[in-house]
Design a protein around this ligand. Structure first.
Ligand SMILES: Nc1ncnc2c1ncn2[C@@H]1O[C@H](COP(=O)(O)OP(=O)(O)OP(=O)(O)O)[C@@H](O)[C@H]1O
Ligand SMILES: [Mg+2]
Length: 358
């Protein structure tokens, strides 16, 4: 398995950048998710990595080799990268074992070794009893496992997955997530996993690169993205909660700053002395009758085990959790504890509101 590195990677279509100076390193054996809204450049980054497209600027390095750059382009078949697509892309006229065996046939692996490796890959993906079936006789989840086995069998240097579970229903998705985790643990593969489903990204990946408009906004462990978002986009896109503007009061302490948030003075966690916004997760909000900040309940949905409330606090939409159903229109007091504050002077307030109200 190999380290994958992007340096100033740029790709334009008709002069418009789909990738705009991507710098990132994915460690050998690391599981990284690319998360971002439709059109942000996720598939383009995978296609460049696989060698289906050439960059306009910048370089891609795999295991220390330059595979794409100004003076070098290694074709897809020579990159030894495995790819799993949303559409499975199986050979319809080959059986399950025929599909899985194919990459080894292309590499002229002797028959005996081929059979042993195919059997191992089928075992690992739970497909042993399906070896002789045709793809048309399989469910979506089983087909995706064949695609995974086919990719695993030739021991690629990295595995790229483009929304591999998007075609599957919710229950099957979560069981397939377990299959991917197990696959990663057993193979130690370097994996780059594209999704626009944040719960999938947060559940599966060691680190998540949050993309927007061809750039990486933040590249960090899931819990860091959630607890310490770098800007309004990440705070609104990853995890639940609200993003609201804040004003400096002039008081601070190491790692903390006292801000005026919705008219209340609140001590916030922060890495900067001059934050402009706070990310308020539902856990940071306590509802109580005597809290000074008043809000009106505008939404209440049952999540199983608890309710998700949307509150209007002076025109800002907050999200809180409650154990009891609440009546729409009711007024409640809100106290905010320990939110994360960051500086994002370019934030477009309307964009933030749209994201947090969704
Ligand atoms: N071959 C192409 N020709 C012209 N524009 C393209 C081409 N491929 C991608 N684009 C544009 O590049 C941008 C990024 O596309 P990309 O497919 O990488 O997005 P994505 O993040 O994978 O989105 P989705 O979540 O919808 O799959 C989009 O604006 C898209 O329209
Ligand atoms: Mg895509």
């Amino acid at each position: 398995m190999a380290e994958l590195k992007f340096s100033n990677l740029t790709k334009r279509f008709d002069g418009i950048p789909a990738l705009d100076g991507i710098d990132a390193t994915i460690g050998s054996g690391e599981f990284v998710a690319l998360l971002g809204p439709s059109g942000c450049g996720k598939t383009t980054l995978l296609r460049l990595t696989a060698g289906f497209e050439q960059p306009d600027e910048g370089e891609i390095h795999l295991g220390g080799d330059t595979v794409a750059g100004a003076s070098r382009f290694v074709p897809p078949e020579a990159r030894e990268i495995g790819i799993v697509f949303q559409s499975y892309a199986l050979w319809p006229h080959k059986s399950v074992s025929g599909n899985v065996s194919y990459p080894l046939e292309v590499r002229r692996i002797p028959r005996k070794e081929r059979e042993a490796r195919v059997a191992e890959a089928l075992e690992l993906t739970g497909l042993r009893d399906f070896a002789d079936r045709m793809p048309s006789q399989l469910s979506g989840g089983q087909r995706q496992r064949v695609a995974l086995a086919r990719c695993l069998v030739f021991e690629p240097r990295a595995v790229l997955l483009d929304e591999p579970l998007a075609n599957l229903d919710l229950a099957l998705r979560s069981s397939m997530q377990d299959v991917f985790s197990m696959f990663h643990r057993r193979t130690g593969a370097t994996m780059l996993y594209v999704t626009h489903d944040q719960s999938e990204a947060l559940a599966l990946a060691d680190r998540v690169a949050v993309m927007e408009a061809g750039r990486i906004r933040q590249f960090a462990a899931p819990e860091v993205l959630y607890r310490e978002p770098a800007d309004c986009f990440v705070a609104g896109f990853v995890g639940d909660g609200a993003v609201v503007p804040a004003r400096l009061t002039g008081r601070s302490a190491p790692g903390r700053v006292l801000l005026s948030v919705l008219g209340q003075e609140v001590w916030c966690r922060s890495a900067t002395a001059t934050p402009s916004h706070v990310s308020i997760r539902p856990e940071a909000i306590t509802l109580s009758d005597d809290a000074k900040l008043r809000s009106r309940i505008t939404g209440c949905t049952y999540l199983g085990g608890r309710f998700r409330l949307v509150l209007d606090a002076g025109g800002e939409a907050l999200v809180a959790f409650a154990h009891r159903r609440a009546a729409i229109g009711e007024t409640v007091g809100v106290s905010i504890a320990d939110p994360w504050a960051f500086c994002d002077p370019d934030a477009d307030t309307l964009m933030v509101q749209a994201l947090t109200r969704a």
